[in-house]
Design a protein around this ligand. Structure first.
Ligand SMILES: Nc1nc2c(ncn2[C@@H]2O[C@H](COP(=O)(O)OP(=O)(O)OP(=O)(O)O)[C@@H](O)[C@H]2O)c(=O)[nH]1
Ligand SMILES: [Mg+2]
Length: 307
């Protein structure tokens, strides 16, 4: 319990990230924690469920809430992802909205901005413009201005999770608006997610990186076995569910090459995240239309928290 003792003036609270898919929410949390706890991919809708990333500092505990990207849903899964994101914002002590500087504001950014305007009076809100490392200098001021028109009242900070721009400033701005309070988690805790759920997300992220079009979005991962083999390694068996027979062929690939590629990618990510050797066995099964089926969604843990 000694570790829970903190100095006077200690601050703590939940900092929910808001943003359309792909703006870099999960990447930012991984960077701030210095550890890969959240799955990241170049494709939108990588994060499907809320996940905490806990940063313990001497004078504050920042509990980041990674959320699914807010988007126009095409099925029940998408609706549940949006609900989960929006309810996380409502319950937060601070909301950090992210917008991607590499692209002009779109409709989804507009939706995020509308939500921010709605909660601005009730919850402290900060805005960060992400991926500044990828914007040429002569483009920067126009891009900034385009996002500022979405939220004229707010302060903006340009950040880069890859290069590290303004991340210390971001932490300081969050600390300044966090409420006073004790540590809510032991300092060694960095996430509330189970290793097996992180592994499942990393398998899906590997599929998102390697498969094209809609196929990787129709996948769900179930971990069938997660077994410690010895003190240095773990054995994982997982099933990749697809919605249609034709997708099964695509995920497996000619002679199993695609499944092998996904497995190798995922294994490396899980090894980096869990800091041990991983043996990974994947199989593929068809589960027709699971993204629109309440019971199947529930079995994958969507809507679990009653949101
Ligand atoms: N160059 C650059 N790329 C970034 C930065 N932050 C994120 N990315 C890339 O942007 C892509 C999306 O990042 P994610 O962290 O998965 O985005 P997200 O907002 O969590 O997306 P969803 O989970 O789909 O809502 C990945 O390819 C990242 O590597 C950054 O600061 N600079
Ligand atoms: Mg994410």
């Amino acid at each position: 319990m000694e570790s829970l003792e903190v100095p006077d003036g200690h601050r703590s609270g939940f900092v929910a990230l808001a943003g359309r898919p792909n703006v870099g929410k999960s990447t930012l949390i991984n960077r701030l924690l210095g550890q890969r706890i959240a799955a990241v991919s170049p494709k939108p809708q990588t994060t499907r469920q809320r996940q905490l990333g806990i940063l313990t500092l001497p004078d504050a505990q920042l509990i980041f809430v990674d959320t699914p990207g807010i988007h126009e849903p095409l099925h029940k899964l998408g609706e549940k992802m949006n609900e989960e994101a929006l309810s996380s914002l409502q319950e937060a002590d601070v909301v950090l909205a992210l917008f991607d500087l590499t692209r002009p504001p779109n409709e989804e950014d507009g939706q995020v901005a509308a939500k921010i305007r709605e909660i601005q009076g009730q919850i402290p809100t900060l805005i960060a413009l992400t991926k500044v490392d990828r914007v040429p200098d002569d483009r920067l001021s126009d891009r900034r201005a385009a996002f500022r028109t979405l939220l004229p009242e707010a302060d903006f900070l340009d950040i880069s999770s890859t290069r590290g721009d303004n991340l210390d400033e971001l932490i300081e701005s969050i600390k300044a608006v966090l409420p006073d309070g004790p540590r809510l988690f032991p300092p060694e805790t960095i996430t509330d997610a189970y290793e097996r759920d992180i592994a499942a997300d990393m398998i899906r992220a590997a599929a998102l990186k390697n498969l094209r079009d809609e196929v990787p979005h129709s996948l769900a991962i179930r971990i069938d076995e997660f077994e410690e083999r010895n003190e240095h390694g773990a054995y994982i068996e997982a099933t990749i569910f697809v919605e249609r027979e034709s997708q099964k062929g695509i995920v497996i690939g000619k002679g199993g090459t695609m499944l092998k590629t996904i497995g190798t990618f995922a294994r490396k990510e899980i090894e980096a995240a869990t800091d041990r050797k991983i043996y990974l066995k994947l199989r593929v099964k068809v589960l027709p239309g699971w993204r629109n089926d309440e019971n199947k969604l529930k079995s994958f843990g969507f809507g679990r928290s009653g949101h």
